[in-house]
Write a protein that binds this ligand. Sequence first.
Ligand code: NAD
Ligand code: UPG
Length: 452
Amino acid sequence: MDVAIIGTGYVGLTTGVCLALLGHEVRCHDVDPGRMDKLARGRPPIYEPGMEQAMRAAARKRSLHFVSELADAVRGAKAVFLSVGTPSLPDGDIDLSYLEAAARQIAPLLAPFTTVVVKSTVTVGSCRRLEQIIRDVRGAGDFAVAANPEFLREGSAIDDFMHPDRIIIGSDDERATTTLKELYGPLVARTDAPVLVTSAENAEMVKHAANAFLAMKIGFINEVADLCERAGADVTTVAKGIGLDQRIGPAFLQAGPGFGGSCFPKDARAFAATGRRNGVPQSLVETLIEGNDRRKTALARRIAFKANLRKGAVVAVLGVAFKAATDDVRESPALAFIPALQDQGFVVRAFDPQAMPTAAKELPDVNWCSDAYEAATGADAVVILTDWKNFTELDLGRLSERMKGSTLFDFRNILQPEAVAACGMTYFGVGRAGLPGDKRQYVEKRAVAAAN
Ligand SMILES: NC(=O)c1ccc[n+]([C@@H]2O[C@H](COP(=O)([O-])OP(=O)(O)OC[C@H]3O[C@@H](n4cnc5c(N)ncnc54)[C@H](O)[C@@H]3O)[C@@H](O)[C@H]2O)c1
Ligand SMILES: O=c1ccn([C@@H]2O[C@H](COP(=O)(O)OP(=O)(O)O[C@H]3O[C@H](CO)[C@@H](O)[C@H](O)[C@H]3O)[C@@H](O)[C@H]2O)c(=O)[nH]1
């Protein structure tokens, strides 16, 4: 099928590449000329594992094209995907203006009959609004707007797109639903993914409610972690025990420094704003947002207390991306955590395998380092903030030798406390093994290790 993709960020690019690999003829367009230039040279403008290879594979099939002129992208397309950003407004609601602008721009260019597919995450009622904008330009009858929310995660975008848990098609126009079923046909044939055909409103609501629910699982386990820490339990085991209940499941129960990224914080705010706008406050989600925001700075104060850091102390932060396997720092815990360290008068040295160029624009006065060991050099404390696999493989002895102090905060619970203690460091995880008891425990273990 002939497909156009408008907006080639994480979602648009992944959608375009994957649809091309599934056998469709795809033309991608973006307003950002720098992005288009990179794409035309076969270079992904974002760090996403497997993307460059997937782009090469699609290019070999001659089914993926990057087109600078919007009209050339849209002309003749049977489905036009809108995958532009939907950022937060100051009141938490989404800013629909990028989608509205894109709808206005494509409206005169659509061939009859075209399905305009809203891939961006939108609040309930947005597709109707976009439909009205296009209708104002070209009248009714030869197009339909369908909601088709995307559930991929950054860092595993291609795999998630190619192996969806479900495909949601939101439209009451039969021509649109037929087009989308045909489009996803090859994917459904390969994966047997369930397809839910429903109204646009239901589809829009599914996306926001799903993200709010997943974010609530994380917010919940983070509060449980804090309780574990005080009450002498270990959240990693507690989460395992909870997750073994099939009704709960093990996913999204990793305690950490709070959820970040371009989706959960923004989408939780939008869901809460939708509740307020409709006179049905979503109090659980409101509380979740507040707690998650507070957590990021509270952890910065907590380390000062636990490691007894004074003004001028040096803190090494390992990881600034909002999660592993991405260069994205949007609403990353690091963007709140590092300034909160600096506010206390600490000097911050930091390293991230991919996200330093993007983070440097947001975080002034950080000493960026070429690896974890350089970051740890002369540090009073080291903090692991992102769950990069490289950090699970650190040479802890080497890290410890480089440090001035001896405290390691593992805010992703990715290290073995015993291994850290064996290298002469005091270990603090998130909600692990009960504090201050575990501090004594690991200090004691360290003493034993040293004696041996
Ligand atoms: N990032 C994710 O993991 C993810 C997953 C699912 C859904 N979403 C949703 O998908 C949408 C896009 O997210 P993203 O992370 O890909 O955003 P992004 O910021 O990475 O990309 C958006 C792109 O749209 C382009 N753009 C803006 N206006 C345009 C226009 N009028 N014409 C052409 N291009 C235009 C921008 O230049 C940018 O390259 C958002 O609504 C987001 O909530 C994101
Ligand atoms: O157990 C967990 C799982 C995640 N996180 C954090 O939560 C945030 C989001 O992580 P993740 O969901 O893996 O990344 P995203 O790429 O933001 O993907 C989410 O947001 C996308 C945009 O809407 C959706 O498409 C995905 O389904 C949804 O998982 C990150 O800060 C993670 O570190 C935790 O702290 N603990």
